[in-house]
Design a protein around this ligand. Structure first.
Ligand SMILES: [Zn+2]
Ligand SMILES: [Zn+2]
Length: 307
């Protein structure tokens, strides 16, 4: 059910995107493509607010560093896959109207039940292949579109799972660099006082405190091989880099997070830093559509707009 509060929150988020497109014109094309996905994810979470499904939590395994997704019982028959799949189709249709015909095919296949979900086949950092369409019509759809759909569907389900267990996870002490809910690596670090930072999961959106002195990705402790790089002319963004695993993590301050609390939107606004760091041979700790698939999306969009 859409409430006035939901509409107000979505309106504010859309307004923030509009302002970002003006103040950061280099992300305008990305916002056109991925803005509808960010908005739809927000709407999905708000609509799921009153339909929580309980998640089995094994506290002993959590203390051993095993994320919830690997506890067994994480996924449930009541999980709203069909509902989320139709949300994903609608969001991609808005952000990528050039795929309209293909999204109509996917929509028909979902509504007639001609797809199978096997969430247990998903591996960390590779959220595709768990959703298999069973009719031959899927051959009419570009595999990149199916991948985009699968990744976004996966993220919608993980976000609602995270919401389902957030009260139990709130006070968890977790010293790993991967997410205690879904096991994915962070897309953003929010730097606090002294050594403490908050890591934002790239998939489910969970945020956790991280004060360990090692790289969140490879746990390298050699401080000579870890750097926090400021970027000339960049007020809000910096990059944590590890010379051991050659991964980076975009980092920002608490004030930027307070001004722009949507971590997807905040992260998308730093895509120019992603390009600089990848140009230097580093890879992001978490791949997402705009930091790795970005060149394709941007090229398609530029060609279509004639820009
Ligand atoms: Zn997560
Ligand atoms: Zn590392």
């Amino acid at each position: 059910m859409i409430t006035l509060q939901t509409l107000s929150d979505l309106h504010l988020l859309a307004q923030e995107m509009g302002e970002k497109a003006v103040t950061q014109p280099h992300v305008e094309n990305l916002l056109k493509a991925f803005g509808p996905l960010i908005l739809m994810k927000q709407r999905w979470l708000q609509e799921r607010e009153r339909k929580r499904v309980s998640v089995a939590i094994d506290k002993h395994r959590l203390t051993e560093g095993v994320p919830l997704i690997e506890h067994g019982g994480f996924f449930h028959t009541e999980d709203p896959w069909d509902e989320a799949a139709l949300f994903a189709v609608a969001a991609i249709f808005q952000g990528f109207p050039e795929y309209g015909v293909e999204m109509s095919v996917l929509s028909e296949e979902i509504e007639t039940g001609r797809y199978k979900i096997d969430p247990l086949s998903v591996t960390i950092q590779r959220a595709s292949g768990f959703c298999v369409f069973t009719s031959e019509r899927i051959q009419e759809v570009n595999p990149i579109v199916v991948e985009l759909f699968s990744r976004f569907l996966w993220r919608l389900i993980l976000c609602s799972k995270r919401r389902d267990c957030e009260s139990e996870m709130r006070h968890l002490v977790w010293s790993k660099g991967y997410c205690p809910v879904c096991g994915s690596y962070p897309q953003l670090a929010v730097l606090g006082t002294q050594e403490e930072k908050m890591l934002c999961c790239s998939e489910c959106g969970h945020q956790w405190r991280f004060s360990a002195p090692y790289c969140p990705y490879c746990e390298n402790e050699d401080q000579q091989r870890i750097r926090l790089l400021g970027i000339d002319g960049e007020e809000d963004g910096a990059a944590f880099i590890c010379l051991e695993c050659r991964r980076y993590l975009i980092s920002t301050g608490m004030s930027a997070m307070c001004r722009h609390p949507n971590s997807d939107l905040l992260s998308l606004g730093f895509v120019h830093l992603d390009m600089i760091l990848q140009g230097k041979g580093f890879m992001p700790m978490a791949e997402c559509e705009w930091n790795v698939l970005y060149p394709d999306a941007h090229a398609n969009r530029s060609a279509r707009d004639g820009s």
